[in-house]
Design a protein around this ligand. Structure first.
Ligand code: PEP
Ligand code: MN
Length: 338
């Protein structure tokens, strides 16, 4: 249930709504907008309480039931788009934000060279995998915390925020000290313990869509992170399983306008994991910006042929630089910057 307070409602009127909700055993989350307070009343059986029980309270403007299975990620809870600030970068604003770097952090030399190149070419956030959720246990599993420390160092040297995946709730606290954005991978989108643990850090979370998750399931996963306390979730479409096998995954471009309609959260697109092949990445990246994505997540490697993971889908430095020029033109064509 969503309680919208009147514009001039007082704090004690807001408190009275919260008290009544808590009296029924419900939880509440507040959205203090620019002109009014919106209160989400959360619980499995809010349907049993008549909306009139809140409508009668002084200062209440309107009470609506949210019929969607997700609440905090919904447009009903927050009508204005959420902007997430990380250092000097804003995600969800007019500027399209590019996050780029290697799939896996392999060495200081590999990471530092890639970081300098991608930030120099127009990326504003550095990515790098330290813990890799590989489909095979025999594949390279990442450098772990040692890699995360290198990422922090590389980001600091260029004054660029960094993003890296956390694969286990036990690693969350330590990873939160190393990175600016905690990524939850596609394979972990429904790992609810991990979602909660990341939400409790209050750090921005980059939540990838599960390989076979619907938009609704994805937004419910976002609710887990938001319910744990943080207000900062960035959604990332990275391709879903379909019958089509000419790409690694099928990039669901429609997810971008669908998310924009149903949620206030920023949404970015990862064309690398969707494509699975470097030749397909630029087309998907351009399409994502044209569709209204707030950013891109792109894998870049100094020597893709010898990468320890995802070499086939990684762009070379020169391909990445060329793509940034094209993406900037598309961003400008739709009234944004990059
Ligand atoms: C990644 O970004 O490195 C990654 C493993 O992506 P996904 O979780 O989308 O497969
Ligand atoms: Mn990868």
């Amino acid at each position: 249930m969503i309680v919208e307070m009147q514009r001039n409602a007082t704090q004690s009127q807001v408190d009275a709504v919260i008290e009544r909700a808590q009296g029924y055993g419900f939880e509440v989350q507040l959205n203090r907008g620019t002109d009014k307070v919106v209160i989400a009343i959360l619980g499995s059986d809010t349907g049993h309480v008549p909306t009139a029980n809140f409508e009668v309270l002084p200062g209440v403007g309107s009470v609506t039931r949210i019929m969607r299975p997700y609440k905090l990620a919904s447009r009903e809870f927050r009508s204005e788009p959420t902007e997430i600030r990380v250092g000097d970068v804003t995600i969800g604003g007019p500027r399209v934000v590019v996050m780029a770097g290697p799939c896996s952090i392999e060495s200081w030399e590999q990471l530092d060279a890639t970081a300098r190149h991608v930030i120099g070419a127009g990326a504003s956030i550095l990515r790098g995998g330290a813990f890799k959720p590989r489909s095979s246990p025999f594949s390279f599993q990442g450098m772990g915390f040692e890699g995360a420390a290198l990422l922090r160092q590389a980001g600091q040297a260029l004054k660029a925020p960094v993003v890296s995946e956390v694969t286990d709730s036990h690693f969350v606290e330590r990873m939160a000290q190393e990175v600016d954005i905690l990524q939850i991978g596609a394979r972990n989108m429904q790992n609810y313990t991990l979602l909660r643990a990341v939400g409790e850090t209050n750090k921005p979370c980059l939540l990838k869509r599960g390989l076979a998750a619907t938009v609704t399931e994805w937004l419910q996963a976002a609710d887990y992170v938001l319910a744990a306390g943080t207000a900062q979730v960035i959604l990332c479409e990275r391709g879903i399983r379909s019958f089509e096998d000419s790409t690694r995954f099928t990039l669901d471009i429609s997810a971008v306008p669908v998310i924009k309609r149903q949620s206030h959260l920023p949404v970015i697109v990862d064309p690398s994991h969707a494509a699975g092949h470097y030749a397909l990445v630029p087309g998907l990246a351009r399409a994502a910006i044209a569709a209204g994505a707030d950013g891109l997540l792109i894998e870049v490697h100094p020597d893709p042929a010898n990468a320890l993971s995802d070499g086939l889908q990684s762009l070379t430095f020169s391909d990445f630089a060329r793509l940034m020029v094209e993406c900037r033109q598309i961003a400008e064509a739709i009234g944004r910057t990059l």
